[in-house]
Write a protein that binds this ligand. Structure first.
Ligand SMILES: Nc1ncnc2c1ncn2[C@@H]1O[C@H](COP(=O)(O)OP(=O)(O)OP(=O)(O)O)[C@@H](O)[C@H]1O
Length: 788
């Protein structure tokens, strides 16, 4: 018996060493593996009676369910390389219970993953039912296999019944069959009421629910990764009894591969494989192994084998240190004959569907099947319903965004204060002034203009009266210095200065020619007749608004002045007539310009948010893996998400459009149908982009970064907030290929110009949206397939 110290060393040494070895006869691939693995010879079969070695069974053996030949597998590359399977050979007979034993990290889960097609070997081969996992012959992944992974891999927000229904539908069982099996399994596995949510079950109950999901469809191959963890000894024994029953039952002939840390429970298996450092130390029936090593229990056999393996490694290392030629290979695994005989299959006729046929009807290569789509859709809608709060939040967000946009963007800035210094009037304030004609009879002012008195004829105050005070509020100052200081301190948006004699100078400027005394129009007169305005132009919109409003006020003031003296008011107007616009109004708002882009970008990015995390969460919880093994395809998973989220997206689109067009009265001149369709197609496009993010990212953080990272470039480059015509030419080409640029133009055409689909600018937006959607859907399906 190994001492405790030695035992500790063995446990501690598991996977702590690098295994270096060479073997001349190896293939190139295998030689690469040697850098990290000890190379295993072809298995040597020993019986207690020392029979001559037998050859390993061939892959095509009809009695073999699974076989590994010279299997190599590693994770990572370069210095991060973790060798896991090191030239492993294994044969699992049909209808046998195969107990896979080994310390933590020796590669058991990896081996199971290779069986169910989740992982691929680097070299060597694995065959399941005579074919490679994933091939038509093997039927795995698919209904032929039942898989219980180590992690829970169930939907926490589902009830037990819903979980069974999901897997039942995936496996194409009838409703009656699902009910019957669920009742049996709940009873047998001592599970609580079927309406209990998985997330509210205890750890042990969750494990049993997971086992029930794997057993549900009575598969031919059961892959169970530590099914008895957290299960009391009594139930553990029940589970083993059931496994023995289904493996022995002539009509089922279930092959079961089971990993366990309770080595002794594996005594009940037909065959056990003892693994260490990614290779088999021994394989055979438990009874024969005990007999061979004259040990009372399997744990001692395993420790004995570990000790032998350890000594082998120490010798190897010592030889290497002393530069002695190492043996070319490590000891081959001990393979004892097992008493196991593959049972004859008998097809029961009592209403039971022959399982083999059911497996074959599972057309593994069909990438879209109604029953799996139904299962996935039901699952997605149930999950959505269980998160109803989040669903409502998803409806509220776009509505709030639209409302905020319409309320906050596009209106004229108001209450802009302007410091006014009016030296035209002695009191620097505005007294009463006339709104009539200021011309006197002698081609001069009405009466004498007295610079020292407030005069009713002053024009500075008359001009100021034309300023819309709701937008620009004049604040009078007594000196230019004070006004400038206040503006510099940011208290006002600028300074407006009327110089002394402004009225007189403006009179000369306006009426000089008319009164035939042009000699008075000196440079000084021109300067004095100007209103000097210095603005804080750091805010373009505010600056432009003040400039525009002051110019407008001047035009109105000058027109009224001329008019009051019976001159044609047009003399004061800019001689450009802006007629009725071809499209839009003569007073366009920024809201109208931005609205099409805002509708599309809100829809697009809300849709990105709907799908960007969809695969990530499922992948993280092991749910996707379990579905893959059940035969669900990447296309089905993707389409089921698109369809389920489409419903949410349609409600979002409806809310966005209703608020934009009917509540906030954004002009919509074109046919509503094209507005609705384009918005929905852009939403689908956003969903497909979300799926790409979801397929490419491993965790939520990466997905959020990618989605947020794409938001601004898209917004800035798609002509949503600024016309494309303002961009450098090169950048414009980049923006044309984005999914929202032409769509935004199309939407603007429909909303503002009233165009229909017959316009090239409109259907081009649709075509680009379709092209992007198809491209991203294909990309996400491919990525999902590659990364699974
Ligand atoms: N995705 C991965 N990337 C890198 N290394 C991995 C990955 N998955 C597993 N490994 C490593 O591969 C080795 C074998 O892991 P595996 O899960 O197959 O062991 P195991 O025998 O099932 O262990 P346990 O009994 O604890 O579940 C471990 O060292 C593990 O750290």
């Amino acid at each position: 018996m190994p001492s405790d110290k030695k035992r500790d060393n063995i446990e501690g040494n598991c996977f702590s060493e690098a295994h270096q070895h060479t073997q001349n006869s190896l293939t190139h691939d295998q030689k690469i593996e040697e850098e990290t693995c000890l190379v295993e010879k072809s298995p040597q079969v020993i019986s207690p009676k020392r029979k001559s070695p037998k050859k390993t069974k061939m892959v095509s053996d009809p009695n073999t369910a699974i076989s590994f030949e010279n299997a190599y597998k590693q994770y990572g590359r370069g210095s991060r390389k973790v060798p896991v399977l090191c030239g492993l050979n294994m044969t699992i007979p049909k209808g046998a219970i195969y107990g896979l034993l080994g310390p933590s990290g020796c590669g058991k889960t990896t081996l199971l993953s290779c069986i169910v097609g989740k992982q691929r070997l680097k070299s060597g081969s694995v065959t399941v039912f005579g074919g490679k996992p994933g091939s038509a012959e093997s039927g795995v992944p698919g209904t032929r296999a039942g898989y219980m992974p180590q992690e829970l891999a169930l939907y926490g927000e589902f009830t037990i019944a819903e979980t069974m229904q999901y897997f039942g539908r995936v496996y194409d069982l009838t409703a009656a069959k699902i009910r019957e099996r669920t009742e049996f399994l709940l009873n047998f596995l001592d599970l609580p009421k079927e309406r209990r949510l998985i997330m509210n079950l205890s750890g042990g109950q969750q494990r049993r629910a997971s086992l029930a999901a794997a057993l549900l469809h009575e598969p031919e191959l059961l892959i169970l990764d530590e099914p008895t963890v957290g299960v009391d000894p009594l139930l553990r024994q029940c589970i083993w009894t059931h496994l023995l029953e289904i493996s022995k039952a002539s009509h089922l002939q279930t092959t079961i591969v089971i990993t366990t840390h309770y080595i002794e429970e594996a005594r009940q298996a037909n065959v056990v494989g003892m693994m260490r450092f990614g290779k088999l130390l021994a394989e055979g029936s438990p009874a024969k192994l005990l007999e061979l090593y004259h040990m009372p229990n399997l744990e001692d056999v395993f420790l004995h084998l570990c000790l032998g393996d350890e000594e082998q490694r120490e010798t190897e290392n010592a030889n290497k240190l002393q530069d002695i030629e190492s043996p070319k290979s490590v000891a081959s695994p001990v393979k004892v004959d097992n008493d196991f005989h593959v049972p004859e299959v008998q097809v029961e006729t009592e209403g039971r569907e022959p399982r083999q046929e059911r497996g074959q009807t599972n057309n593994w290569c069909t990438f879209l099947t109604p029953h799996r789509m139904r299962a996935l859709l039901a699952k997605n809608f149930i999950r959505m319903w269980r998160n109803i709060g989040f669903l409502i939040f998803q409806f509220i967000i776009p509505t709030v965004q639209v409302a905020l946009f319409c309320l906050a963007i596009g209106r004229d800035p108001r209450d802009l204060t302007l410091a006014v210094v009016n030296e035209d009037v002695p009191s620097m304030r505005c007294p009463r002034f006339t709104t009539g004609c200021i011309l006197g009879e002698k081609d001069d002012f009405l009466g004498a203009y007295d610079f020292n008195m407030e005069h009713r004829a002053n024009l500075s105050c008359r001009y100021l009266s034309y300023i819309d005070e709701a937008i620009i509020r004049p604040k009078f100052f007594d000196s230019l210095e004070e006004a400038e200081l206040a503006a510099k301190r940011g208290q006002h948006w600028g300074v407006m200065h009327f110089k002394q004699n402004y009225t007189l100078a403006l009179f000369e400027r306006l009426f000089g020619l008319a009164l035939a005394n042009p000699e008075k129009l000196t440079n000084e007169t021109l300067d004095l007749s100007e209103i000097h305005v210095s603005l804080d132009m750091t805010n373009q919109q505010v600056g432009y608004t003040i400039q525009l409003r002051l110019s407008e006020a001047y035009e109105k003031f000058a027109q009224s002045l001329l008019n009051s003296c019976n001159f044609p008011k047009e003399l004061a107007s800019l001689p450009i007539a802006f007629e009725e616009p071809i499209y839009g109004s003569n007073e366009p708002t920024f809201t109208e310009f931005m609205a099409p882009g805002v509708i599309l970008s809100i829809t697009y990015f809300m849709a990105v948010g709907l799908t960007a995390l969809s695969f990530i969460i499922e992948r993280k919880e092991g749910l996707l893996d379990r579905s893959w093994v059940a035969g669900v395809t990447a296309t089905e998973v993707m389409l089921a998400h698109v369809v389920a989220q489409f419903v949410v997206m349609v409600v979002q689109v409806a809310l966005v459009l209703v608020f934009m067009i009917y509540v906030f009265n954004v002009p919509a001149e074109g046919p509503l149908i094209w507005i609705i369709l384009l918005t929905i197609f852009q939403g689908i496009c956003g969903m497909s982009f979300g799926l790409v993010i979801s397929a490419v990212c491993d965790n939520e953080q990466d997905a959020i970064q990618l989605a947020l990272g794409s938001f601004y470039p898209n917004l800035l480059l798609s002509g949503i907030i600024w016309p494309l015509e303002g961009m450098p030419e090169g950048l414009r080409y980049l923006s044309y290929i984005l999914p929202q640029t032409y769509a935004c133009e199309a939407m603007r055409g429909i909303l503002s110009r009233g165009w229909g689909i017959e316009w090239m600018q409109v259907y081009r937006g649709y075509l680009v949206t379709f092209a992007w959607t198809i491209f991203m859907l294909i990309l996400s399906a491919v990525l999902l397939k590659i990364r699974r």
